[in-house]
Ligand binder design. Sequence first.
Ligand code: PRP
Ligand code: URA
Length: 209
Amino acid sequence: MAKVFIMDHPLIQHKLTFIRSKSTGAKEFRELVEEVAMLMAYEVTRDLPLAEAEVETPIAVTKTKVLAGKKLGVVAILRAGLGMINGFVKLIPAAKVGHVGLYRDPETLEPVEYYCKLPQDVAEREMIVIDPMLATGGSASAALTLLKKKGARNLKLVVLIAAPEGVARVEKDHPDVNIFTAALDPRLNEHAYIVPGLGDAGDRLFGTK
Ligand code: PRP
Ligand code: URA
């Protein structure tokens, strides 16, 4: 069964308050989403394996540690996942970045795929799917299914705000995928927007509306 981790670090929670606020403009919204994504990247990589290394400081040679060379990939669900990429790659510059284009049909609420470009070796990488919003879970579930079809086996999902419906959908469709979120909000409204949420993440990032 998938596990849900709420990232309750004070800096994440503080910044999320301003991301939610309707009086936060696009420039500040983008900056805050990137900053929170970076903090989430830090938290979600806690379990990366380390290997022994040796380094010579100006004073002495010493035993130390480096990442054990585990390959990582980050997959942004377009459009809104784009806002989280920089935060991730600033901390994990060696990560390969994939893009999956999905939009939610406003009538059916089902995800429609329009783009997919992934690193070739997804089967050998730990793949982290990023999207600010997990609402019905349709988009995240479709992106995870697509990655699995391409061979990915080691997957995590990182979102800013999740709704119980989205969590339940991912748990049902992808019980092997752990979900990391900054907040678990109470519900969806009649248009399947997260309440209280932050509104439309893509529109707020890119000023379209
Ligand atoms: C938003 C969001 C997620 C999706 C979540 O994207 O970024 O991808 O909705 O909803 P779901 O869990 O019900 O699938 P949207 O479809 O609005 O596209 P956009 O990012 O291009 O604006
Ligand atoms: N997509 C968004 O951007 N916001 C929501 O609340 C739900 C889906």
